[in-house]
Ligand binder design. Structure first.
Ligand code: NAD
Length: 264
């Protein structure tokens, strides 16, 4: 435990259960002294999110479906009444029809393309539009992305295209909000077995491949992501914005399979 986030108030969006990347980040922030609020998608998740929030000393648990702008407005007006100001935001939200997270990208439907972009990309911009008004200089925002934005990964398909757009939006948001001293960054996490990831075809194979081929020869955990998030969300990251920090056991730097290679 440390005091890196003492006196800071943050909103965590995208907590579904204790496997969620949002949970790893929330734990690291709470451990560092942050005061937290949580948003959840739909009533079914409230009964999971409220007890987790309570474990971290939070009773600010508010609904928000990011595909509905009235719901995003309601979240921020509630938060404004409750806190007035906000120091950080974590956006750990993505969604696509799992039938299109297998097979060929070229077969993506227009409806799912638009929905994936709306929930996984536009929502971060919509959130920052509102969060900006509650944030002062020193504020920090973080979203989650994946290497499938940069390189073609099996089955990631339309989500890879969405993450590429999300990564570009991080840079535009960093420029716009940087004038007010608000930082905007992304973490590109290695594969982690979560609810969202279970929708991706051959996910177990992808996990094994990353374990065997990453420089650290292991997969990352939600706690690895949480510790790096702490750097970007706290004043340790005060000079960093528009960045995409790879928390992937180094996988993204590898150009060629290093272990289990056949003798050639
Ligand atoms: P998760 O299933 O625990 O979290 C995804 C969250 O998105 C859930 O809480 C869900 O409620 C929320 N969500 C989906 N649609 C929503 C909507 N319309 N409104 C509000 N919330 C909505 O899975 P996770 O893996 O922790 O995902 C968090 C983020 O991390 C996602 O952006 C994901 O793409 C990204 N990511 C995941 C991995 C991985 O391997 N798990 C790797 C890199 C990046």
């Amino acid at each position: 435990s440390n005091n890196l986030m003492a006196g800071k108030r943050g909103l965590i969006m995208g907590l579904a259960n204790d496997k969620s990347i949002a949970w790893g980040i929330a734990k690291a922030c709470a451990d560092a002294g942050a005061e937290l609020a949580f948003s959840y998608q739909g009533d079914a998740l409230k009964k999971r999110v409220a007890p987790l929030a309570a474990q971290l000393g939070s009773d600010v648990v508010l609904p928000c479906d990011v595909s509905d702008m009235a719901s995003v407005d309601a979240l921020f007006s509630e938060l404004e009444q409750h806190w007035g100001t906000l120091d950080f935001v974590v956006h750990a939200i993505g969604f696509s029809d799992k039938n299109e997270l297998r097979g060929r990208y070229v077969d993506t439907s227009r409806d799912n393309f638009m929905m994936t972009m709306d929930i996984s990309v536009y929502s971060f911009t919509a959130v920052m539009q509102r969060a900006e008004k509650m944030m002062n200089a020193g504020g920090s925002a973080l979203t989650l992305t994946y290497y499938g934005a940069e390189q073609v990964m099996p089955h990631y398909n339309v989500m890879g295209v969405a993450k590429a757009a999300l990564e570009a939006s991080v840079k535009y948001l960093a420029e716009d909000l940087g004038k007010d001293g608000i930082r905007v960054n992304a973490i590109s996490a290695g594969p982690i077995k979560t609810l969202a990831a279970s929708g991706i075809g051959d996910f177990r194979y992808i996990l094994k491949w990353n374990e065997l081929n990453s420089p650290l020869r292991r997969n990352v955990t939600i706690d690895d992501v949480g510790r790096s998030a702490l750097y970007l969300l706290s004043d340790l990251g005060s000079g960093v914005t528009g960045e995409n920090l790879h928390v992937d056991a180094g996988y993204h730097i590898v150009g060629m399979k290093a272990v289990d290679a056949p003798d050639i």
